[in-house]
Design a protein around this ligand. Structure first.
Ligand code: TXA
Ligand code: MG
Length: 352
């Protein structure tokens, strides 16, 4: 992993701003954003690659920097619920209840967009995804910029999302004007994406706010089929992001479902050069291959926090085949499962 070098011993083309150590960092990031530049910012979920959401050409550069397909829309970030009104046609009562309960926090809500949203943000759709992040540095930079910020995850398209400023620079150094370091992200996987644009609330991407929590507020919430299953060839994706290869390390990942004993037996029987396990704490003792743990089996929040960093670390170590022990697909674990099964390209093995 490339070391951060704010003192300039290694030439970095992207300006490094440290929110904790430099009082001017947030103001500088906001100034660049107002000028139409790209700045990676911390959020409580993952780092985002931000631009002024109301500046179409600036937003277009996000797609270039990431290598992102043009038809994949971006999330617009606001600092307070009141800033939502001008961005959408109408805010239904259910949306207000959700915002009251979960904002600021890892929930993105899709509604019909207003005329203020450039086509670059919504990628040709009639809707816009909005969220209000809770990370103090994200809050500060949005307020200082004085405008909503469009931001996808700050990784190269297809790679695991970055949860530290170091990982952002690994993908984006030289492609963006600055990165604002706000420390490691607490949640570790991207926000829950919920569409309120249809007749029934629909969960398009699971995240830190769980389906169970959404149902407490809304009653019915439909789970989009793409949350747990591969999209059928030719089927339309409710969330365009779901149809692309995602969260993929260079290594081939195979997801394994089953208890600890059979998992260890299977992986140990398949050991060889370049083979590693992505496992739970409880699996470690039984494994005779190199491994990285992503948390205790029952601790989905720890798994979410660690997952993307561990996927990148497995690549750093040069492994070519990773057997990953599947999380339980409920609560926050559903978000972990959704990311890991994509990292595995839907290659799943079930052991009794
Ligand atoms: O936590 C997060 O959500 C992070 C941080 C930076 O806020 N952002 C993030 O953005 O994960 P991104 O672009 O990597 O993922 C956004 C997802 C994509 O799957 C995209 O297709 C979907 O949200 N999306 C955005 N706008 C949409 C819309 N209008 N309709 C349907 N899906 C939409
Ligand atoms: Mg992303």
């Amino acid at each position: 992993m490339k070391k951060l070098d704010p003192d300039g011993e290694i030439a970095m083309q992207t300006e490094y701003l440290n929110a904790a150590e430099d009082d001017g960092a947030v103001a500088r990031a906001a100034q660049l954003l107002r000028e139409g530049k790209l700045v990676a910012i911390p959020t409580e979920t993952v780092y985002g690659l931000a631009a002024d959401a109301l500046n179409g050409p600036a937003v277009a550069r996000i797609f270039e920097a990431k290598g992102r397909p043009q038809d994949n829309p971006l999330i617009v970030h606001i600092a307070r619920e009141a800033d939502w009104t001008p961005l959408v046609k109408e805010i239904p009562e259910a949306a207000h209840r959700l915002a009251e309960r979960f904002w600021p926090g890892p929930l993105t809500i899709i509604l019909e967009k207003s005329g203020l949203i450039p086509d670059e943000v919504s990628a040709g759709l009639s809707t816009v995804a909005v969220r209000c992040p809770s990370h103090p540095a994200a809050q500060a930079v949005i307020r200082a910029a004085g405008r909503p910020l469009a931001a996808p995850s700050a990784n190269l398209s297809g790679k695991p999302s970055p949860t530290t400023a170091e990982r952002v620079l690994e993908d984006m150094d030289g492609k963006i004007e600055a990165v604002l370091d706000g420390g490691p992200c607490a949640v570790g996987v991207e926000s829950t994406v919920l569409s309120l644009a249809g007749a029934v609330p629909r969960l398009l991407r699971p995240g830190g706010v769980t389906a169970e929590q959404l149902r407490e507020v809304l009653g019915t919430v439909e789970l989009d089929a793409a949350v747990t299953d591969k999209l059928a060839p030719g089927a339309a994706a409710a969330s365009p992001g779901m149809k692309y290869k995602h969260y993929s390390p260079r290594a081939r990942v195979i997801m394994i479902k089953g208890p600890a004993g059979p998992f260890a037996d299977y992986v140990n029987a398949h050991k060889g050069p370049g083979v590693a396990a992505l496992c739970f704490e409880e699996d470690k003792a039984g494994l005779s291959v190199p491994y990285l743990s992503y948390g205790a089996r029952a601790d989905a929040s720890a798994q979410a926090h660690a997952l993307f960093e561990v996927l990148r670390a497995l690549d750093d170590a040069g492994f070519s085949l990773v057997y990953a022990h599947s999380p339980e697909p409920s609560g926050v674990g559903l978000a972990v499962y959704n990311r890991l099964i994509r990292a595995a390209g839907f290659e799943v093995l079930t052991l009794a």
